[in-house]
Design a protein around this ligand. Structure first.
Ligand SMILES: [Zn+2]
Length: 435
């Protein structure tokens, strides 16, 4: 079904430009979670939605809901949207593209006087990125009543202030959030379809414009792991007497890599990354055997069993290297996010809508985490549409073509419209009534 009403692309272009103007930090885009950058973005969309005549509300965590009311206000709502925060010095499209797309669709429909059968809501989600607070999906978790007091006590990496303090300063009510009061319930949501830029090179290196996501990887992370050996004189300490943390770290990284390769060879799909591996700058020296290395391990997969298998492998590697290198290895607390299973019916609708519009699309997994995974974990039928984007993401060079975005927005509009009972006859009926 092709919708007769085009999304408001001019509004989308203007929103992207305003986002750049208000969140460019001199190098890239910074929209800090529960800080000035994210707050300003929320204010921008609130104002745009009010101008477009949409219903606007926010919840205790400061998530924003922009709704085109349907005929049956009690029917489960069709939802779309994404997050408005960014990593420090990130790009303009990560997250924001999904909110802009939803806003452009609803503004177009509202202007045409179109009334869907059920509510269609664009959600601008708070604090999806874990760069600021050490947790993912804070906003969507809070919306489902899943953000507890422990999480609200987590401190932001740069300010040292707690999530609760930041939330209150942004106009939220952390007490209500901690009490687990849910704004969203799976039973009241027909579906959640999130448009997002692709954050890897797959689409950009192919001839496909869109990706229909088959599943979202969950994660298992050791964010603060440590190897403790013994500092010693590099000339005076024989090898037999060394407890060298750097040698242990090198052995550990190599063994972890080997375990990843072995799991892949056995048919598992996962990524494993040691993204941080540092000696203590205050104590390490070229003439010292190092006594300490801090490191992290990030493991991602769509399969819980695969994450379990990799975690078992890491624990075994830890034991082996502690013995072989005579060091202590503390992996620290492990954090986890659930994998997201994408709804097959929604995937089929997105694929069909792309084909109907003549936009090349492919099925692909998402290695990065997204709020859609949280919706899926709550039992909401969820799906994601990736848009081709050059130069990856989480950097200032993100580069999505606005033509690609316009095509993606039309495909999204088609699926949202089908789910919400928007049809040509609806439009005809309304335009007749308004004459
Ligand atoms: Zn994102």
């Amino acid at each position: 079904m092709s919708l007769p009403v085009e999304p408001d692309h001019a509004l989308a272009v203007s929103l992207f430009a305003q986002l750049v103007a208000q969140s460019h930090d001199g190098v890239g885009i910074t929209r800090d979670s529960y800080g000035d950058g994210e707050n300003a973005a929320h204010a921008l969309f609130r104002a745009a939605a009010e101008r477009s005549g949409l219903e606007v509300r926010s919840d205790a965590a400061g998530n924003l809901y922009l709704t085109l009311p349907g005929r049956d206000r009690g029917a489960p709502a069709v939802m779309t949207g994404s997050h408005l925060d960014s990593v420090p010095r990130g790009g303009n499209f990560d997250g924001a593209a999904g909110v802009v797309a939803g806003m452009a669709i609803l503004a177009g429909w509202r202007r045409a006087g179109l009334v869907p059968d059920r509510d269609v809501t664009v959600m601008a989600i708070r604090a999806e990125e874990s760069a600021w607070f050490p947790l993912s999906y804070a906003g969507s978790k809070a919306a489902f009543g899943l953000l507890d007091a422990v999480a609200l006590d987590l401190r932001r990496a740069d300010t040292g202030r707690t999530l609760a303090e930041h939330m209150r300063a942004a106009g939220g009510d952390p007490g209500a959030v901690a009490a687990g009061i849910a704004t969203l319930q799976a039973a009241n949501i027909d579906c959640f379809v999130e448009l997002h830029i692709e954050q890897g090179p797959v689409l950009d290196e192919s001839s496909d414009v869109l990706g229909v996501v088959t599943g979202i990887c969950g994660s298992r992370r050791y964010r603060h792991a440590t190897i403790l050996g013994q500092y010693a004189h590099s000339g005076a300490t024989p090898r037999s007497h060394r407890r060298d943390a750097v040698v242990a770290a090198a052995a550990l990284v190599t063994a972890v890599q080997r375990a990843w390769v072995a799991l892949e060879a056995a048919g598992h799909e996962l990524t494993v990354t040691v993204g941080q591996c540092t000696t203590d700058a205050a104590q390490a020296d070229f003439s010292k055997v190092s006594g300490r290395v801090d490191f992290s391990i990030d493991m991602r997969s769509r399969s819980l069993a695969t994450l379990d298998a990799m975690e078992v492998a890491v624990q075994a590697i830890r034991t082996d290297i502690m013995q072989a290198c005579r060091v202590e290895i503390d992996l620290g607390p492990v954090t986890a996010s659930a994998a997201g299973v994408m709804d097959p019916a929604l995937q089929a609708m997105l694929t069909a809508a792309a084909a109907e519009a003549g936009v090349p699309a492919r099925a692909m997994p998402s290695g990065a985490g997204h709020d859609a995974a949280l919706f899926a974990a709550q039992g909401v039928p969820a799906a994601m549409l990736f848009v081709r984007n050059a130069h990856g993401s989480h950097n200032p060079d993100e580069s999505m073509r606005l033509d690609d975005f316009a095509q993606a927005t039309r495909v999204l509009a088609n699926v949202l419209g089908t789910r919400a009972g928007v049809s040509l006859s609806t439009v005809t009926l309304n335009s007749c009534q308004s004459v």
